[in-house]
Design a protein around this ligand. Structure first.
Ligand SMILES: Nc1ncnc2c1ncn2[C@@H]1O[C@H](COP(=O)(O)OP(=O)(O)OP(=O)(O)O)[C@@H](O)[C@H]1O
Ligand SMILES: [Mg+2]
Length: 261
């Protein structure tokens, strides 16, 4: 359905994305994983024709995205990394505003808004202004806006950043439902291996603009566990300062770490 061929983007002297090749089949959930600055947002901006590539092109149903972006633009939903909502409007008003941009109106728009508010779990907060929402609620509404025109493909750029585990699970379950019930094709961008492991059929991993691994979930897990596991055995009581806190090692105790990046 979607294919990227040798796609590159250069900002001044630096490649944000270099020779990226990837494909997405209809009905798949594909994960795009990578740390800060890997080039994920740049890649999906080119894929969705928001940013012009320095080199390469994408194809949607065999049509060049560069030469004819309209067929893709009609059926794509984009959930941006930065929340794009009007804070002084309610959830309902935001959805109505964006729905009108998609040229929805009357009863069709009203029904769609009701359906989306149910789906994202905000029906009971529909009359509250977004300013009063929690981070997770804003994230959910940000997703809702991208669903107004019943997209065939949805691209989500780190939709769970900065929210609690409960809201995060809600979003992950919603993505699964959209895929299962509406056969929506999904490209899901994240920092978290466990999220893409839960959601995705296939996974691409980027780092510093390059694709460093791709494959099915099982293939990726095999690559990671074979190549990137370190075992640490302490000879005496010790502790290690880690990104997530401190770990204590007791004598002769071994800890295995699966290292992603
Ligand atoms: N408009 C721009 N002008 C100059 N450099 C840019 C621009 N957009 C992105 N970059 C650079 O390109 C690289 C990739 O950025 P990008 O936002 O695509 O990464 P990312 O994987 O989405 O990171 P994050 O997880 O932090 O969102 C970074 O080094 C970034 O500074
Ligand atoms: Mg990004």
């Amino acid at each position: 359905m979607l294919e990227l061929v040798d796609l590159s983007k250069k900002f001044k002297q630096m490649y944000a994305v270099k020779n990226l090749n990837m494909f997405i089949e209809k009905g798949e959930i594909v994960g795009l994983l990578g740390p800060n600055g890997a080039g994920k947002s740049t890649a999906i901006s080119m894929l969705s024709s928001l940013v012009e590539p320095t080199n390469g092109d994408g194809r949607f149903n065999n049509i060049s995205i560069l030469k004819r972006p309209a067929p893709l633009r009609k059926v794509i939903g984009m959930v941006p990394q930065e929340i794009a909502l009007y804070n002084d409007l309610t959830a309902e008003e935001n959805l109505r505003f964006f729905g009108r941009i998609y040229r929805l109106k009357g009863n069709v728009l009203k029904k769609k808004i009701d359906e989306i508010l149910e789906l994202i779990g905000l029906a009971d907060r529909r009359k509250d202004v977004v300013e009063k929402y929690s981070g997770g609620m804003k994230r959910r509404l940000n997703i809702g806006v991208a669903l107004l025109h019943d997209p065939e493909v949805i691209i989500m750029d780190e939709p769970t950043v900065g929210i609690d585990p409960q809201s995060r699970n809600y979003i992950l379950e919603t993505v699964k439902r959209l895929n299962a019930e509406k056969q929506m094709t999904v490209l899901y961008t994240s920092h978290y291996m466990e999220e893409v492991e839960f959601l995705c059929d296939r996974i691409y991993i980027m780092d510093k603009g390059n694709l460093i691994a791709s494959g099915t979930k099982d293939e990726i897990k095999r690559i990671l566990s074979a190549e990137k596991t370190i075992s640490i055995k302490a000879e005496r009581l010790n502790f290690l300062c880690h990104h997530y806190g401190y770990f204590f090692f007791f004598r002769n105790h071994t800890i295995n770490y699966r290292i992603l990046f």
